[in-house]
Design a protein. Structure first.
Lengths: 258, 279
C-alpha cells in the first residue's frame, strides 16, 4: 500500500542521503528499518510520510503518487513534539481539526484511554515524564486513525524500562485494529521483538542492504534461542560481533583502519 | 545493588503527575517602597522648613492637596480618561497592525522579502518626526494623536513577531505539516502560541512607548489629558500641577504594565521555564 520505487534523495547541499530504494509495505505489516545512525533511515521515513519528496524515483500510496503528507499516514517522531501550550487532550486532538468539536473530543478521550492516560487529559506536557509524553504523541497519531503509522526511533530517548514497556504497549495497540507500522530503529532487539520484516540499511548513500522476514511466533521471548540466533544474524550483517553481548567493530574493519 | 536506578519510578504503571510549579509567587515584601518613602519624608521635611523654594518645588502635601482639588472638581477624571482612551486606542491600533504585518512577514518568506526592508527602514525614522506631518494630514485633534501612539506601539510588537516566528522550533512546525495545516492555521495554532513569550515582551515595550508618545501628542496641543495638565501647569506657573501629572503618568504606566505582566503570566502558564522565586 505504501511503496518507494527506485527512490533517491539528494539534499540541496549535494549530499546523497538515499539511493536506489525500492520498498513495498503491505497492509497490516510491521516493518522494522534497522541501520547505524546516519545511514538514511530517518530520510527514508520522511519520504514515506510525504514530508519530503524523492529527488529521483517515486513514492506512492495505494497506487497513487505520494505528493505530501496525508491523513492516512501518521507519524511518531523521535521526540514527543507536543505543543507545550496545549493540554494533553488538546494535543491528542491536534490532528483532528477537520472533525466537529464533539467528535474531536470524543476521539481524543477514547485514544487517551487506549494509551492509559485518561487521567492526564487536562495536564500540560511539562507535567509528564518522557515515556508518558511519548505515549501522548502516539495517541495523537492514532487519534487520526491512520492506515499506516510511521515511527522514527520513537523510544530511543527513553530509559530501558520505559522502552520495554512501550514496545509491549505498541504491540497491544497494533493488535487492536492491526494498522500498518513502519518502525525505524537502531535497536536490533526492538526490531526483532516487534517486526514481521526487517529492512537492513547501510549508509553513504543509504541503500537497502538486505531484508529478512522474521518468522518468530508471537508473543516473542527476547531470550529464546531462535530470537538470539536472529539477533546474531542481523549483527553479522551489520559487521558487528555479538561476542560477550557488547558491540564492537568487526576485526576485519579494525585491521583496515590500522 | 547499591546504586538504585530510579528510572524504574517512571514505569507507565507508576505514572504520577509531577506537581505543577507555582505560577503566582507569594506576595513579596514591598521592599521597593522603602526608598521612595524615605525620599518623600525628606522632601516634606525640607519643604516644611522652607529649605526648598516653594514656588518651584512644592512639598508632597501641597501636591496631594492640588490633586484632591482637581479630583473634587471632576476635572481630574476627565483628564485621566482622555489620556487613557488615547493610549488604549493607539495601543489597539498599533497592536492590530503590528500583529498582522509581523505574522505575515514572520511566516511568509515572500512577504518578508517584500515588506520587511521598508518597515525596518521606517523604524529608523525617529517617531516624533512624524508629528508635523500627522498634524498636517489629520489635524490637531484625536486622529493624529492616536496615530502617533500607534506608530510608537507598532515597532516593538512587529519586531517581536517578525523576528520571533522564524525562531520557532522547526520540529513543531513539521507536526503541523504532517497534519496538513494551511499556512493560516499554522500561524494561528502553532506559530503565534509558540512566539507568545516574545510577543508579550513586545507588547510591554510597546505599551511603555505608547505612554511616552501620548505625552508628546498631548504636548503638541490638547484641551484635555495629563499632557495638557503639564503644559497648563507650566503656563500658569503651578509646579504642583506639573509634578502631580508626572506622578499620575508614573502610576498609570506602572499599573497598565502590571496588568499586562499578569495577563502574560496567565497566558504563559504552560511554560516549562526558569521561574526564580521571589525573595
Amino acid at each position: 500500500m505504501l511503496t518507494l520505487n527506485n527512490a533517491a534523495k539528494r539534499y540541496l547541499n549535494g549530499y546523497l542521503a538515499l539511493d536506489g530504494i525500492s520498498l513495498a509495505i503491505g497492509e497490516g505489516e510491521i516493518v522494522g528499518v534497522v541501520g547505524a545512525s546516519g545511514c538514511g533511515k530517518s530520510t527514508l521515513l520522511r519520504l514515506l510520510a510525504g514530508i519530503e519528496r524523492p529527488t529521483a524515483g517515486d513514492a506512492a500510496f495505494d497506487d497513487a503518487p505520494l505528493l505530501g503528507p496525508r491523513n492516512e499516514i501518521g507519524v511518531v517522531f523521535q521526540e514527543p513534539r507536543l505543543m507545550p501550550w496545549l493540554s494533553v487532550e488538546a494535543n491528542v486532538a491536534f490532528g483532528l481539526r477537520h472533525l466537529p468539536a464533539v467528535e474531536r473530543s470524543a476521539r481524543a478521550a477514547e485514544t487517551l484511554e487506549r494509551v492509559g492516560l485518561a487521567h492526564f487529559a487536562k495536564s500540560l506536557p511539562r507535567e509528564l515524564s518522557g515515556g508518558m509524553a511519548q505515549r501522548v504523541a502516539i495517541a495523537r497519531a492514532l487519534a487520526a486513525r491512520p492506515k499506516v503509522l510511521l515511527l522514527d526511533e520513537p523510544f530511543s530517548a527513553l530509559d530501558a524500562f520505559t522502552r520495554l514497556a512501550l514496545q509491549e504497549h505498541l504491540l497491544e495497540l497494533w493488535s487492536y485494529d492491526r494498522p500498518t507500522f513502519v518502525l525505524v530503529t537502531h535497536d536490533i532487539d526492538e526490531a526483532l521483538a516487534l517486526a514481521d520484516r526487517i529492512v537492513l540499511m547501510k549508509g553513504h548513500p543509504g541503500r537497502i542492504h538486505r531484508e529478512f522476514a522474521v518468522d518468530l511466533p508471537r508473543p516473542r521471548s527476547r531470550t529464546a534461542a531462535r530470537f538470539l540466533s536472529w539477533k546474531e544474524e542481523v549483527l553479522r550483517e551489520l559487521h558487528i560481533t555479538a561476542a560477550s553481548g557488547r558491540s564492537a567493530v568487526a576485526p576485519r574493519l579494525l585491521r583496515a583502519a590500522v | 545493588m547499591p546504586s538504585a536506578d530510579n528510572s524504574i519510578l517512571r514505569l507507565p504503571g507508576a505514572d504520577a503527575p509531577r506537581p505543577a510549579p507555582r505560577v503566582l509567587p507569594r506576595f513579596p515584601a514591598p521592599l521597593g517602597l522603602v526608598l521612595p518613602l524615605i525620599a518623600l519624608a525628606a522632601w516634606e521635611f525640607a519643604g516644611a522648613r522652607a529649605w526648598l523654594p516653594g514656588n518651584l518645588l512644592p512639598a508632597p502635601t501641597v501636591i496631594v492637596v492640588t490633586l484632591a482639588d482637581l479630583a473634587k472638581s471632576g476635572e481630574l477624571v476627565d483628564h485621566l480618561l482622555a489620556t487613557t482612551i488615547r493610549v488604549a486606542a493607539g495601543f489597539a491600533l498599533g497592536i492590530a497592525a503590528a500583529t498582522i504585518l509581523g505574522a505575515l512577514c514572520g511566516a511568509v518568506p515572500l512577504a518578508r522579502r517584500l515588506l520587511d526592508p521598508t518597515i525596518q527602514g521606517l523604524k529608523s525614522v525617529p517617531s516624533l518626526a512624524w508629528v508635523p506631518l500627522f498634524i498636517l494630514w489629520f489635524g490637531i485633534f484625536e486622529t493624529s494623536k492616536v496615530l502617533l501612539i500607534a506608530v510608537g506601539v507598532f515597532f516593538p510588537v512587529y519586531l517581536a513577531l517578525a523576528a520571533g516566528i522564524p525562531g520557532v522550533d522547526r520540529k513543531l512546525v513539521e507536526v503541523a505539516r504532517v497534519y496538513r495545516y494551511s499556512t493560516a492555521a499554522l500561524v494561528r495554532r502553532v506559530l503565534l502560541p509558540a512566539v507568545l513569550p516574545t510577543y508579550f515582551i513586545g507588547l510591554r515595550s510597546g505599551l511603555a512607548l505608547g505612554w511616552m508618545f501620548v505625552v508628546a501628542a498631548e504636548l503638541m496641543g490638547a484641551s484635555q489629558g495629563l499632557g495638557y495638565l503639564l503644559v497648563d501647569g507650566q503656563q500658569t506657573g503651578k509646579p504642583a500641577i506639573i509634578i502631580a501629572s508626572i506622578i499620575l503618568f508614573a502610576i498609570l504606566g506602572k499599573a497598565t504594565d502590571v496588568l499586562l505582566a499578569a495577563a502574560a503570566a496567565w497566558a504563559l502558564r504552560w511554560q516549562d521555564s526558569f521561574k526564580p522565586q521571589t525573595p
